[in-house]
Design a protein around this ligand. Structure first.
Ligand code: NAI
Length: 470
């Protein structure tokens, strides 16, 4: 039998692609090397992170957030195994959901490492080493990404044992709360997982190469966010690089120096989290042998997700663009629709990013720095949550909404939010971006959406220079 489509990898890109393809009538199979479907996101990434972020936030609120509201409780006690069970149950339900959807949509699943094995062929090496070869008209590579190795001063890769020197995978499964946690890299993973363990009692120090946190996000947002994290207890060493990580007793010693070389020191920790980025997962897929072109580690694709080799497509973290699950999902749907003869499309202008800390950070479109680098003349509208009634009522006044618009047309180019619920609010920001072609459109979009939050509306009205509450 020949499949219409074989998808290699069952993360958010791969599983959504396979299901959509099957729904459109393509005979579809998925090859997955791990024991459960769902990839990094469902098994050791977004989903377990969110379970621990929510649970640890509840712990923190019970300890510090309730008394000012007149709710007096005994200091909460941590049952870490129960919290980890909540995480495991959440993961279990999600990966079972994917298996159910494959069955329901008649997607065949093959366990093993998938590899391009010649035109129209994919080999699958199972966990027992047995190899079978499948035939297919098309292949979609959706193999995701892996932790980027961190090198010491002598350029040796620092070995991750997932107990003391951990990646995000180990940081989601620590057996006890470390007294001291060093996080290398103050990006999304470092700040999310650093927050989890700080709330549960760890002293967290983040070492970051750049002179700011959260690269890629709006600088003003990131700077304010860093101050809030410092108030929560985070310590930062910015413009600093790690020169070595060595095991010492049960713990670890992290050597660092400032990027300018002026200072250097060591920090002792119980656990060190390496969160310095991820790299596309492309090894062992037979890409070189098949002649698939890669550029800086990523598979090169055209506007229709096609590689240079006929019948081979790629989506998600292995191709250009942000390494985000929802971006991979949209690409999965689009390539399935293209393969079924329809017009699949992804609007890359409105892919939001969210950091699930407290407060949350969310962003869509371009930042103020990007706008200036492009030479655009911009109007900036801002609204602080301290001026928002509901935020005050909830004691969640940290942060603001910031809208970047074209100064001539008032078209919204980017929205950046720091504050409670930013991850939800960003959805309506994408509406503003899509429907604000002109000043009139922006005003109409604000007023035509009675459900639009006041903070978003006020920031947009500030762009139009007619705010009401500020
Ligand atoms: P990142 O790119 O967000 O942050 C890595 C940080 O490490 C950067 O600030 C970088 O300057 C710093 N860094 C790099 N090398 C360093 C060194 N030698 N010493 C000190 N600092 C160094 O990557 P991260 O946090 O590892 O996340 C990986 C990917 O996963 C990202 O693409 C991210 O978007 C995605 N992700 C998304 C989440 C979400 O959407 N909520 C959650 C977690 C991850």
């Amino acid at each position: 039998m020949t499949y219409d489509l074989i998808v290699i990898g069952s993360g958010p890109g791969g599983y959504v692609c396979a299901i959509r393809a099957a729904q459109l009538g393509l005979k579809t199979a998925v090859v997955e090397k791990d024991a459960t479907y769902g990839g990094t996101c469902l098994n050791v990434g977004c989903i377990p992170s969110k379970a621990l972020l929510h649970a640890s936030h509840m712990f923190d609120e019970a300890g510090h957030g309730l008394a000012p509201l007149g709710v007096i409780v005994d200091p909460p006690r941590l049952d870490l195994p129960a919290m980890m069970k909540h995480k495991a149950d959440t993961v279990g339900a999600n990966v079972a959901g994917v298996a159910y959807l494959f069955k329901k949509n008649k997607v065949d699943g093959f366990r093993g490492v998938g590899r391009l094995a010649g035109p129209g062929k994919v080999s699958v090496t199972g966990p027992d080493g047995a190899v079978q070869t499948l035939e297919t008209k098309n292949v979609v590579i959706a193999t995701g990404s892996a932790v980027a190795p961190l090198r010491d001063a002598a350029s040796a890769a620092i070995e991750i044992d997932e107990k003391v020197i951990v990646s995000s995978t180990g940081a989601l499964a620590l057996e006890k709360v470390p007294q001291k946690l060093v996080v290398i890299g103050a990006g999304v993973i470092g700040l999310e997982l650093g927050s989890v363990w700080r709330r549960l009692g760890a002293q967290v120090t983040a070492i970051e190469y750049l002179d700011r946190v959260l690269p890629g996000f709006d600088l003003e947002v990131a700077t304010r966010f860093q101050k809030i994290l410092e108030k929560q207890g985070f310590a930062f060493k910015l413009a600093s690089k790690v020169t070595g990580v060595t095991r010492e007793g049960d713990g670890v010693s992290v050597s660092w120096s400032s990027v300018d070389g002026a200072t250097s020191d060591k920090i002792a920790a119980d656990v060190v989290l390496i969160a310095t980025g991820r790299i596309p997962y492309t090894q062992g897929l037979g890409l070189e042998e098949a002649g698939v072109v890669l550029e800086r580690g990523r598979i090169v694709i055209d506007d229709h997700f096609a590689t240079n080799v006929a019948g081979v497509y790629a989506i998600g973290d292995v191709v250009r663009g942000p390494m985000l699950a929802h971006k991979a999902e949209d690409e999965g749907v689009a390539v399935a629709e293209i393969l079924a003869g329809e017009a699949g499309h992804v609007n890359y202008n409105v892919i939001p990013g969210v950091v699930y800390t407290a407060p949350e950070v969310a962003s869509v479109g371009i930042t103020e720095e990007e706008a200036k680098a492009k030479g655009l003349t911009i109007a900036v509208g801002k609204f602080p949550f301290s001026a928002n009634g509901r935020a005050r009522a909830n004691r969640e006044t940290d942060g603001f909404v910031k809208i970047i618009a074209d100064a001539v047309t008032d078209r919204v180019l980017g929205v950046h939010i720091l504050g409670a619920g930013a991850g939800e609010l960003i959805a309506e920001a994408t509406v503003l971006m899509e429907f604000s072609g002109s000043s009139e459109d922006l005003a109409r979009t604000c007023h035509a959406h009675p459900t639009m939050s006041e903070a978003m509306k006020e920031a947009a009205l500030a762009v139009l220079k007619r705010p009401i509450h500020i």
